[in-house]
Design a protein around this ligand. Structure first.
Ligand SMILES: [Cu+2]
Length: 211
């Protein structure tokens, strides 16, 4: 029994097993890196439900790079001309927001959510303006006092540090399920290779020495 057949098949087995284990581990690492890159961009602003009943809100309009931005008071929405237009804007720190009354929808005003600023008593006069300069980063919410209950609300996002809606279910690094499975399966393959290698070394070699 010195034909060497067991020796050749053992090497062939180890070579093919090594290729399988290495390939699986590399595929797992690649898909994990791709998933992290997708999640790296800025998320959607989290308004905490503030604009959930504001009928003309669909997206946040980006006005970064401008020193002054105008928001109309009394545009169509919330069942009448009872809306701010646009209701959600994103500006740089130091930007002045100018609210300008359209004259439609009756009397309106602009009041900060925490009552930290106000345009005063509501008015319906077209051309009325109210200005507020925003410095602090974050989401600044405001409303129209007479029409708060129908959803006449707005928000100003300032800067780039503001709450966002989490896209993942946990706070740790995002690892997709298929990458986890690949990790587990490649670990299993490597363990199996080691075990079978041990088996071949211990028992496979005996064939050659018997003759
Ligand atoms: Cu109003």
């Amino acid at each position: 029994m010195t034909d060497g057949a067991p020796e050749r098949s053992r090497r062939a087995f180890l070579r093919s097993a090594g290729v399988v284990a290495g390939g699986t581990a590399a595929a797992g690492a690649a898909s994990t890196a791709a998933a992290q890159e997708e999640d790296g961009g800025g998320g959607q602003p989290d308004y905490g439900g503030w604009l959930s009943d504001t009928s003309n809100f669909s997206t946040t309009e980006d006005f970064r790079g401008q020193e002054e931005v105008t928001v109309e008071v009394g545009v169509e929405g919330n069942g009448n001309d009872w809306a701010f237009g646009p209701p959600a804007i994103h500006v740089d720190s130091g930007t002045t927001v100018v609210w300008e009354w359209t004259g439609r929808g009756g009397g309106h005003n602009v009041v900060g959510e925490n009552d930290d600023y106000s345009s005063g008593p509501s008015t319906g006069e077209a051309g009325t303006t109210f200005k507020q300069t925003f410095e602090a980063a974050g989401i600044h919410k405001y409303y129209c006092d007479p029409h708060l209950s129908v959803g006449m609300k707005g928000a100003v996002i300032v800067g780039d540090d503001y709450p966002t809606i989490s896209t993942g279910g946990n706070t740790g690094p995002v690892v997709p399920e298929n990458a986890k499975l690949l990790g587990v399966s490649s670990g299993f393959v490597m363990t199996a290779v080691l075990g079978l290698s041990y088996f071949f070394m211990k028992y496979g070699g005996d064939y050659g020495e018997e003759a």
